[in-house]
Design a protein around this ligand. Structure first.
Ligand code: PEP
Length: 245
């Protein structure tokens, strides 16, 4: 059985004080949730939020990582640096692909770096609206997934987040059927790549998840949780999504 996993992606939001207060509230209000819970916060807030979450059930994550352990990479942060602060890292988010030219090859390098560390990866994949309209959804998902996992043994430490780009931050959500179809396809590819471990790998849906649509999405057989952007900044909404599991 795959334990459901709800992760918040705070993106480039919160002051340090906001972050600490939000993390403490998430800890309190999701204590009874029947799922794994995580928050992925901006780099400068990892230290203070780590203290707010210490000893509790909420896991802490970062939103990106560089693949090298150290070196002349101004502005970047490595896995060995993050290991002191958090337990997981989002890689390949569509905003990084879109605004920072992140490629499948980079995602692959970052995934290798994370698997060589103590940090668990959340690997984001998803098609744009044009790609969906052109009937290319499965081809895009397959390319991104095979690209991310090239030369890597699939592992249950990896979470895949299926996030259709057209549903991120737009208020437009994939229907439960569309999301299930895509997640089932992702699992088929994982099975081709890794065999039985595919049944242990969690696949999240992400894209305008909110308390009103969460239950129907999370009830789908191949959807094992959610990566939540906007609604994760509101503790009542985030807790309600966790309670919808
Ligand atoms: C995200 O950024 O991963 C995301 C799913 O955002 P939102 O929930 O705001 O669509």
């Amino acid at each position: 059985m795959r334990r459901p996993f709800i992760a918040g992606n705070w993106k480039m939001h919160t002051t340090e004080a906001d972050a600490v207060a939000l993390a403490a509230a998430v800890r309190e209000q999701t204590a009874a949730a029947a799922c794994d819970v995580a928050v992925c916060v901006p780099f400068p807030h990892l230290g203070p939020v780590r203290e707010a979450l210490r000893g509790g059930h909420v896991r802490l994550g970062a939103q990106d990582v560089h693949w090298e352990p150290k070196g002349a990479f101004t502005g970047e942060v490595s896995a060995p640096m993050l290991e002191d602060y958090c337990q997981l890292v989002i890689i390949g988010h569509s905003e990084r692909r879109q605004y920072f030219c992140e490629t499948d090859e980079w995602v692959n390098r970052k995934l290798r770096a994370l698997l060589a560390s103590r940090l668990d990866p959340i690997v984001c994949i998803g098609e744009t609206l044009d790609q969906r309209r052109a009937g290319e959804t499965e081809a895009v998902l397959e390319r991104q997934l095979r690209g991310a996992l090239a030369g890597i043994e699939p592992s249950a430490r990896i979470t895949i987040a299926y996030e259709p780009v057209w549903a991120i931050g737009t208020g437009e959500t994939a229907t439960p059927e569309q999301a299930q179809e895509a997640c089932a396809f992702v699992r088929r590819i994982l099975r081709e790549l890794g065999g039985p471990v595919a049944d242990a790998i969690r696949i999240q849906y992400g894209g305008s998840v909110n308390p009103a649509n969460a239950a129907a999405l999370l009830a789908q057989p191949d959807i094992d949780g959610a990566l939540v952007g906007g609604a994760s900044l509101d503790v009542a909404q985030f807790a309600a999504i966790c309670a919808a599991v």
